[in-house]
Ligand binder design. Structure first.
Ligand SMILES: [Zn+2]
Length: 386
């Protein structure tokens, strides 16, 4: 690191609030208990990171909490080689790493598993009981009970006031986000039920086609846009102020959404096809269209999204998305705990301060880093949740 980089100059711009002082102190205490801190990071970088709002648009920890009784309130370490699949986030590690909140994904087994379903989810469907709307509601209630038991550490966010209060009091701001409209089983009454149980984001589709939309990853669905139900669903989501998520949605479906939505929306977890050509990533044309409509793109941390490399691969995708869509489109949507193999350096939430370091080191201005870390995501959430 050289002196004189943009992030070193505006020291006064690092507005330290009492909350961040407390968080930094807590990090120090934890380090004192044997938990590795970030000794390899310049103190200014760590301070800047902690002072910034950091928000992740997609983390799947609830799946493991429901399926394997993983306890996100307890501290864990990754247990699989390369930190694969899961055990990548919990509340103590999130706090250490300055992660202020996330949309927690709700992965639901469809009532009828279709041929194009992801193989891993086909196996999962045979093992775990529960399907469709019942499993959606069960998982929403699970989040509610975690927030009830650990009210000092996590808030189940239902509106913008909850979000801001969680951020101001240093508690993890957790939104519930359903991965796939199969979780409401083609029924708007079910959607309203999920809203009552605290659902605040909905991804139109996951890995198999459903009553609303078709996935980008299954061959044979390229021509299938949103169904009539899917189009009605968009309107009801906007009426209820549930954030629309178009991750996993096929190209014609994305076009349908872009034509119809009024409010901002998200692509909760994806990356740039222009950097790594994989079906789950977005084309440059999609990224610029999404940016034009006020949407944000949560960049994932998995190797399948980013391609070869470590944190530098994430930075390359961020640079590309910024070039194509401008800095208002940037966000994080790690997909931690979503069965991914993370790139080296971002094995778990503890990698976040290193990500900030890498962006600053690449010459990013502090304001752009702040937007990527959470500013843009929070802008959309506040506007939609109201
Ligand atoms: Zn996903």
């Amino acid at each position: 690191m050289e002196m004189g980089r943009e992030w070193r100059q505006p020291r006064a711009e690092l507005r330290f609030s009492r909350r961040h002082f407390l968080l930094a102190s807590a990090g120090g205490l934890v380090a004192g208990c044997g938990r590795p801190s970030w000794p390899d990071l310049p103190a200014e970088v760590l301070a800047f990171h902690r002072e910034s709002a950091v928000f992740d648009l997609h983390i799947d920890t609830l799946l493991w909490q429901r399926f394997l009784a993983y306890d996100m309130a307890e501290r864990h370490q990754p247990i699989f080689p390369s930190s694969a699949f899961a055990w990548q986030m919990d509340l103590p590690r999130a706090r250490d790493a300055g992660l202020d909140g996330a949309v927690l994904g709700i992965v639901v087994t469809p009532r009828k598993v279709r041929p194009e379903q992801l193989w891993a989810l086909k196996i999962h469907a045979k093992i775990e009981s529960g399907v469709g709307i019942d499993q959606t509601l069960e998982t929403l209630d699970l989040l509610q009970s975690i927030a009830g038991r650990h009210g000092d550490a996590i808030v189940h966010v239902r509106n913008a006031a909850d979000l801001d209060q969680a951020l101001e009091t240093g508690r993890f701001a957790a939104l519930a986000g359903l991965e796939g409209a199969h979780g409401i089983e083609g029924c708007l009454d079910n959607l309203r039920k999920t809203w009552e149980h605290g659902l605040r984001m909905l991804g139109l589709v996951h890995f198999q086609a459903n009553a609303a939309a078709s996935p980008m990853t299954a061959p044979g669905f390229d021509g299938e846009g949103l169904t009539d139900f899917g189009i009605g669903l968009l309107a009801e989501l906007e009426r209820l102020r549930i954030v629309i998520d178009i991750a996993h949605l096929n190209r014609v479906g994305v076009d349908d959404v872009l034509r119809r939505v009024q409010r901002p929306f998200v692509v909760s977890h994806s990356a740039c096809h222009g950097v790594h050509a994989t079906p789950r990533n977005l084309s440059d044309a999609q990224i610029s269209a999404i940016a034009e409509r006020g949407g944000v793109l949560g960049l994932a941390v998995g190797r399948s999204f980013l391609g070869p490399g470590g944190i530098d691969a994430f930075v390359a995708h961020a640079e590309h998305a910024r070039k194509v869509g401008g800095e208002e489109v940037l966000a994080i949507g790690s997909d931690w705990d979503g069965g991914i193999i993370p790139v080296p350096g971002l094995e778990d939430v503890g990698g976040l301060p290193h990500l900030t370091h890498a962006l600053l080191d690449a010459g990013w201005k502090t304001e752009a880093v702040r937007k990527l870390l959470g500013g843009n995501a929070l802008r959309v959430l506040r506007e939609v949740l109201g």
